[in-house]
Design a protein around this ligand. Structure first.
Ligand code: PLP
Length: 396
């Protein structure tokens, strides 16, 4: 066995079902393991490295900031944090940004903000409605909001004040809505839930239900944001604007950063001392994130995601037409899922052997979330590999 895999097994918490590969290097869409074998990355560290690995401008910004100023705490002002917040708020509904270190923390902040907003208004609303099969994180509040038994099992009692409605089902949502609901928390496309795209008009109708009951709408764009679906934020495919939006994953292209964005009206409830984070928005990570978003502008990364995503989808549809075990193709931009009648983990393993990094969610859905700079020729190679794997599985 690989020495590092053996050593990991002795000293690291065994919370992850890892693939048996030790990666040592990444460049663009290519990963290299400790034996020198190269792979094309169709996972991007779970929708994180949207610019690809080791982006030179991000590396340079990181290196320069690392040797200038990494951290001083939020007891002081630092420039990259302000510039990042300006960039983000110039491109969406939000007026203000709270910076933190992960997706779960961004959702924690959103949940706290929603409750505090109504508290400050003197209204006793605290219920948060989230969706079945959703994923919002692993902290106690965010797993209480996560509508999946396998994430919640063993951690009861969960936090009170969380209720669920089936995703993409407006009647189910309507049933749980009343004047005790402070916010509806929803992903524009469910990522971990199996790449589930709601019907056209769903988000608009959720927004309308929130408005009718005076509740806030929180969009979890942690996976769908930062160009992943072919718009900077997935809700920008619709006419909906949320009150609060959460980001993380691709915002730092691999640096740990999360953000909770809101309108002036709502963010006013985060008054001095109401929330905080030692590391949130350090100069180091915000300088990196600033280089990331500037590269988005300079390299038309979002436009590429839309165009390459359309090509990828057509390629997947061709495989579906050829193989009966392919049941469904879902997604938008470069957040794509292929549901198969078979074991997703087996396909992931076989693809890995052939130098293709993909992943499976909910057992049967292969998920493709490559760097947004992925090339059509690289997609063609993956299609040939999957074609061969499916043919082999069909014979077995
Ligand atoms: C990944 C993810 C999270 C959690 O982010 P972490 O950084 O792992 O805490 C929350 N919501 C969605 C939609 C995600 O995809």
């Amino acid at each position: 066995m690989n020495e590092w895999i053996a050593r990991e097994a002795e000293v690291v918490a065994q919370t992850y079902a890892r693939c048996p590969v030790v990666f040592v290097k990444g460049e663009g869409t290519t990963l290299t393991d400790d034996a020198g074998k190269t792979y094309t990355d169709f996972l991007a560290g779970i929708a994180v490295c949207n610019l690809g690995h080791a982006h030179p401008k991000v590396a340079a910004a990181l290196s320069e900031q690392a040797s200038t100023l990494c951290h001083v705490s939020n007891l002081f002002y630092t420039r990259p944090q302000v510039e990042l917040a300006e960039w983000l708020t110039q491109r969406c509904f939000a007026d203000r940004v709270f910076l933190c270190n992960s997706g779960a923390e961004a959702n924690e902040a959103a949940i706290k903000l929603a409750r505090k907003y109504f508290h400050d208004k003197g209204e006793s609303r605290s219920r948060i409605i989230s969706m079945g099969r959703s994923f919002h994180g692993r902290t106690m509040a965010t797993l209480s909001a996560t509508g999946q038994d396998k994430v919640q099992e063993g951690f009861s009692p969960l936090l009170p004040g969380f209720d669920y409605a089936e995703f993409n089902n407006l009647e189910a949502l309507e049933e749980v809505m009343d004047e005790t609901v402070c916010a509806v928390l929803v992903e524009p496309i469910q990522g971990e839930g199996g790449v589930i795209v709601p019907d056209d008009g769903y988000l608009e109708a959720v927004r309308a239900l929130c408005d009718r009951h005076g509740a806030l709408l929180i969009l979890d764009e942690i996976q769908t944001g930062m160009g992943r679906t072919g718009k900077l934020f997935a809700h920008q495919h619709t006419s909906v604007t949320p009150d609060i939006m959460t980001l993380a994953k691709a915002l730092g292209n691999g640096l740990p950063i999360g953000a909770m964005l809101a309108t002036n009206k709502v963010m006013a409830a985060f008054s001095k001392g109401a929330h905080g984070s030692t590391f949130g928005g350090t100069p180091l990570v915000t300088a990196a994130a600033l280089a990331v978003v500037r590269a988005f502008d300079d390299e038309q990364v979002v436009e590429k995601a839309a165009e390459t995503g359309a090509y990828f989808r057509v390629s997947l549809e061709k495989l579906k037409a050829k193989h009966a075990l392919v049941k469904d193709i879902r997604g938008q931009g470069l957040l794509l899922g292929m549901e198969i009648d078979g074991d997703g983990a087996e396909v992931v393993k076989k693809a890995l052997e052939k130098g293709q990094v993909i992943n499976a969610v909910q057992g049967k859905t292969l998920r493709f979330v490559p760097p947004l700079i992925i090339k059509k020729a690289e997609i063609d190679v993956l299609m040939d590999v999957l074609d061969a794997i499916f043919s082999e599985m069909n014979q077995a």
